[in-house]
Design a protein around this ligand. Structure first.
Ligand SMILES: NC(=O)C1=CN([C@@H]2O[C@H](COP(=O)(O)OP(=O)(O)OC[C@H]3O[C@@H](n4cnc5c(N)ncnc54)[C@H](OP(=O)(O)O)[C@@H]3O)[C@@H](O)[C@H]2O)C=CC1
Ligand SMILES: CC(=O)[C@@H](O)[C@H](O)COP(=O)(O)O
Ligand SMILES: [Mn+2]
Length: 355
C-alpha cells in the first residue's frame, strides 16, 4: 500500500497495522520528520519515498526520494499498490484523494478535510473512512429503518475549563487532549468542536443522511450511535484507539484481536453532556452547515488559517472560532459547482481571513 502522512499519528498507527498483518508498504510520504521517516524506511523498505521539502532529501536514507505535492500525485499514479491510506492533514490532502480515486485505488481516508470541502464530487465506491465515529456508524448499520445518527465528542482540551478563562489558554493546554493522542491540527479542532462539525459533514456524505447530531461522552468509549425508527438505539463501544478503524479500512474485515475489549465494570459509569455554544461558539453554525454542505470549503479554509495563527501565537484560542464564524457569515451565499470552485473559494476565504 501507499501511506500518505506516514510520520503522523494516523500514519504511525497504520504502520502498526501493517506490521501486525504483514502488509506490503510500497510508498511512504512524509513532511519534515525525517528521523521517524528513516526508521520507517529501515523497517518497511518502501520502493519510493516522497517528502515535503527538497532541502531534506539528503537526510533521507533511501535511493529514490522525491519532494513536493506533484510528486505525491505521481507516486500514486505510478504505483502498483491497490490501496492508498491518506493520512495527510488539511486541504493538502484533497488532490491526493482525487488522484487515488481517479487511479481506481482503494482509498482508506483519514484526511477528513477532503470530504468537508469536496464531498459532493467524491466517488464513494472504493472509499473507507478512517475516523472512529464513522467506523462506529458503519459497524452499527443494519438492515433496519434508520431514523438518525449521533456521534460523540470528547469535549476536547477545555471541556471542564472555566469559561471566562478560555481566551487566555496556552497552546500547550490546547494540545492536551483528554482521550486521544493525535496531530496538532485535529487536536485544536477537537478543542473548538470544529472537528465534530467536520465529522457531521463527513457522515452526511458517507451515509447520505442529514438527521445527524453529536453529544459529549467524556470517556470516548462510545463513538457513535444509530437511532432506528422503531425507537431503539445501538451504540458502538471500543477503547480509544485508531487501530481498529484503520485495520477495517485497509483489510475490509478483521476477526483477530486488535484492541483490548472494554471492561464496563471497570469503567463504572459514563457521562453525557450537551454541546453548549457558550463553550464551543462554532456550534452555532452547525445546523446551517448541515443544511448547506457547500459551506465546508469556507469553514475548512477559515479554520486552517485560524488554527495556524493560534499555533504560531498570533491570536488567542477563541479567535479561531471567531475567524470561522466571520468567514461563514461573509461567504454564506457560496455555491460550489465544480472542483475548480473549491480551489477558487478556498483561496478567497484564506485571503479574507488573513487580512
Ligand atoms: N490522529 C487521529 O487519531 C485522527 C486523525 N484524523 C484525520 O487524519 C488526518 C491526519 O491526522 P494526524 O495523523 O493526527 O495528523 P499529523 O499532523 O499527526 O500527521 C500529518 C502527516 O502529514 C504529513 N505532512 C504534513 N505536511 C506535509 C507535506 N507538505 N507533504 C507531505 N507530508 C506532509 C506529516 O509529516 P511530518 O510529520 O513528517 O511533517 C505527517 O506525516 C487529519 O485529516 C485528521 O483530521 C481522523 C481521525 C482521527
Ligand atoms: C480519534 C478520532 O476519530 C478523532 O476525530 C476524535 O473524535 C477527536 O476527538 P473529539 O471527540 O474530541 O473531537
Ligand atoms: Mn473522529
Amino acid at each position: 500500500m501507499i501511506i500518505l502522512g506516514s510520520t503522523g499519528s494516523i500514519g504511525v498507527n497504520t504502520l502498526n497495522i501493517a506490521r501486525k498483518f504483514n502488509l506490503n508498504v510500497e510508498v511512504l510520504v512524509a513532511g519534515s520528520n525525517i528521523e521517524v521517516l528513516n526508521k520507517q524506511i529501515e523497517e518497511f523498505k518502501p520502493s519510493k519515498v516522497v517528502i515535503a521539502n527538497k532541502v531534506d532529501i539528503v537526510k533521507v536514507n533511501h535511493s529514490h526520494v522525491t519532494f513536493g505535492e506533484d510528486e505525491i500525485l505521481n507516486a500514486i499514479e505510478n504505483s502498483k499498490s491497490e490501496t492508498v491510506v491518506n493520512a495527510l492533514v488539511g486541504f493538502l490532502g484533497l488532490k491526493p484523494t482525487l488522484k487515488a480515486i481517479e487511479c481506481g485505488k482503494k482509498l482508506a481516508l483519514a484526511n477528513k478535510e477532503s470530504l468537508v470541502v469536496a464531498g459532493k464530487f467524491i466517488d464513494y465506491t472504493n472509499l473507507s473512512p478512517i475516523d472512529s465515529e464513522h467506523f462506529g456508524l458503519w459497524y452499527l448499520i443494519q438492515e433496519k429503518a434508520i431514523d438518525s445518527m449521533t456521534i460523540t465528542a470528547s469535549g476536547g482540551s477545555f471541556r471542564d475549563y472555566p469559561l471566562d478563562e478560555l481566551k487566555n489558554v496556552s497552546i500547550k493546554e490546547a494540545l492536551n487532549h483528554p482521550n486521544w493522542s493525535m496531530g496538532n491540527k485535529i487536536t485544536i479542532d477537537s478543542a473548538t468542536m470544529t472537528n465534530k462539525i467536520f465529522e457531521l459533514m463527513e457522515a452526511a456524505w458517507l451515509f447520505d443522511i442529514r438527521k445527524l447530531d453529536a453529544i459529549i461522552e467524556t470517556k470516548s468509549l462510545i463513538h457513535a450511535m444509530v437511532n432506528f425508527k422503531d425507537g431503539s438505539t445501538t451504540a458502538h463501544i471500543a477503547n480509544a484507539s485508531m487501530q481498529l478503524p484503520i485495520a477495517y479500512a485497509i483489510l475490509g474485515k478483521c476477526d483477530t484481536p486488535v484492541l483490548e475489549p472494554v471492561d464496563l465494570v471497570k469503567v463504572g459509569s459514563l457521562e453525557f453532556k450537551k454541546i453548549e455554544t457558550s463553550r464551543y461558539p462554532i456550534w452555532e453554525a452547525k445546523d446551517e452547515i448541515i443544511n448547506n454542505l457547500d459551506l465546508g470549503v469556507v469553514l475548512n479554509a477559515a479554520n486552517e488559517v485560524g488554527v495556524s495563527k493560534f499555533l504560531n501565537s498570533e491570536i488567542g484560542f477563541l479567535d479561531v472560532s471567531r475567524i470561522s464564524l466571520e468567514a461563514l457569515n461573509k461567504f454564506n451565499n457560496v455555491k460550489i459547482d465544480s472542483l475548480d470552485d473549491i480551489f477558487t473559494i478556498d483561496k478567497e476565504v484564506r485571503a479574507y481571513c488573513e487580512s
